[in-house]
Design a protein around this ligand. Structure first.
Ligand SMILES: [Zn+2]
Length: 159
C-alpha cells in the first residue's frame, strides 16, 4: 500500500574484503591475536568458539571469548565480553578496532563471522559513548571483511 507521502528509503553499506592469504601485515598480526583469544571460549553447548579482540586508542588489547551457560541467555558473546571488559577496565578510552573469528569444533569457520544483533546494539552504544565510529574486522578462514561499526546496524535504537 503506497499512498501519498510514502517515500521509499534505501540503505547501502560498503565494506572491504581481503583474501586471507593476501592480508596486510597488521591484520595478519591481529588475526593471530584473535585466534588465541578464541581459546578462552567456554563452548560447552554449541561447540562454537568465538574470539574477539578490542584494540583501544591507547594501544591496549583486550581479549574476549564466548562464555556459555546451561541457561542459554545467561551466557555472553565474545564481542560483548571484550567490549564490556574494555569499558570497565579502561573507561574513557576509545575503541579503535573490534576483531572477531570463530571455530566450529576444531575447524575455523570459512566465511567471516559477523556479530549478532545484540552485539551490534552494544557496538552502537560504544559509538554513542565515545562519539566516534570504529573498525570491525571479521575473519574467516578464506576471506576477511572490514567494515565500520555504524554500518552494521542501520536504524539502531537510539534515545
Ligand atoms: Zn553477539
Amino acid at each position: 500500500m503506497k499512498e501519498n507521502g510514502y517515500r521509499e528509503q534505501k540503505y547501502s553499506m560498503t565494506y572491504g574484503e581481503y583474501e586471507t592469504e593476501c592480508l596486510p601485515e597488521d591484520y595478519r598480526r591481529l588475526r593471530e591475536v584473535v585466534m588465541e583469544a578464541a581459546h578462552g571460549a567456554y563452548r560447552e553447548y554449541s561447540g562454537f568458539a568465538v574470539g574477539a579482540v578490542v584494540v583501544l586508542e591507547n594501544g591496549e588489547i583486550v581479549r574476549g571469548a564466548n562464555q556459555e551457560n546451561v541457561a542459554y541467555p545467561s551466557g555472553m558473546c565474545a564481542e560483548r565480553v571484550a567490549l564490556f571488559y574494555a569499558g570497565a577496565t579502561y573507561p574513557g578510552v576509545a575503541v579503535k578496532t573490534l576483531a572477531i573469528i570463530a571455530r566450529n569444533g576444531e575447524e575455523w569457520v570459512k566465511d567471516p563471522v559477523t556479530p549478532c544483533g545484540a552485539c551490534r546494539q552494544v557496538m552502537a552504544e560504544v559509538i554513542k559513548r565515545q562519539g566516534k565510529d570504529f573498525e570491525v574486522v571479521m575473519f574467516g578462514e578464506e576471506r576477511v571483511w572490514v567494515a565500520r561499526a555504524k554500518d552494521l546496524l542501520p536504524l539502531a535504537f537510539e534515545f
